[in-house]
Design a protein around this ligand. Structure first.
Ligand code: AMP
Length: 249
């Protein structure tokens, strides 16, 4: 079974995003960018399936500016076999990403697409679901465990009340949650090996997809500053304060 893993280049998760002074978005100038953490988890899951002999090939795809190739090289260094880069200089919104992925799925014919559950820059949590809808495929979102048994997949999902296990028939869409695995670090020899792995260069026009924006960001604001806390001398004072706030009733 061939696996397709879409990976997005996003602001590094350790950084605190700075809002542009005009409120039009996040300032990405001179900011460290990395692979979306949930996509690292998706790559790890795909590579593990290949290592267990349950997958034949892992293809990674990224849609974005030229530097998205660095993110794809990281995925190749983690163990993916080849990459597809779809060059798009402007922001590509989830519906356009899903349409491009649909076109790539139709060409590549993977048995499974493993995405991250959400990209940490826009927090959309839409692409996997839209892709499943466009393809008419089954979907197992927020997967915290994935078991493959021939053409059938058991997906344990993290839902509000606990864990839910669903059984899906491939081809299917999976979106990876945090606890499914802990991604590996690429070793130096694998980083060097990744440089010679194949990377196809494409554009949205190659797939006949219109990637123009359907949503307009009106305003981005910093979260409200937290007000400073107060130190209490002892438990009695703490209880008195909580009582005064009505928290203890
Ligand atoms: P989102 O719906 O934007 O929160 O993204 C969910 C998932 O879709 C991500 O974790 C990626 O696996 C995939 N994805 C979103 N945008 C892109 C992109 N530009 N290139 C490749 N994959 C993407």
């Amino acid at each position: 079974m061939k696996l397709l893993v879409p990976v997005k280049r996003v602001i590094d998760f350790n950084l605190r995003p700075r809002v542009k002074p005009d409120g039009s978005g996040i300032d990405l100038s001179n900011v460290k960018m990395s692979m979306n953490p949930f996509d690292e988890i998706a790559v790890e899951e795909a590579v593990r399936l290949k290592e267990k002999g349950k997958a034949s090939e892992v293809v990674v795809v990224s849609i974005g500016e030229a530097k998205a190739q660095e993110t794809l090289r990281t995925a190749l260094a983690m163990g993916a076999d080849r990459a597809i880069h779809v060059l798009c200089d402007a922001e590509v919104q989830p519906l356009a990403v899903a349409k491009l992925l649909k076109a790539i799925v139709e060409q590549e014919q993977p048995g499974l697409v493993i995405l991250g559950k959400q990209a940490i820059d826009d927090d959309s949590n839409q692409t996997g679901q839209m892709l499943a809808g466009l393809l008419g495929w089954a979907q197992g979102t927020f997967a915290s465990k994935l078991e493959l048994d021939g053409d059938w997949l058991n997906v344990t999902r993290e839902v509000d009340g606990g864990l839910e296990t669903v059984s899906l028939k491939a081809p299917a869409i999976i979106t990876a949650d945090l606890r499914i695995n802990e991604p590996r670090y690429a070793t130096l020899p694998n980083i060097i090996k990744a440089k010679s792995k194949p990377m196809a260069q494409k554009t949205a026009a190659d797939y006949g997809v219109d990637v123009s924006a359907r949503l307009k960001t009106l305003k981005v604001e910093e979260p409200a500053q937290r007000t400073a806390g107060v130190k209490v001398a002892d438990v009695d004072q703490l209880l008195a304060k909580l009582n005064a706030l009505g928290v203890m009733q």
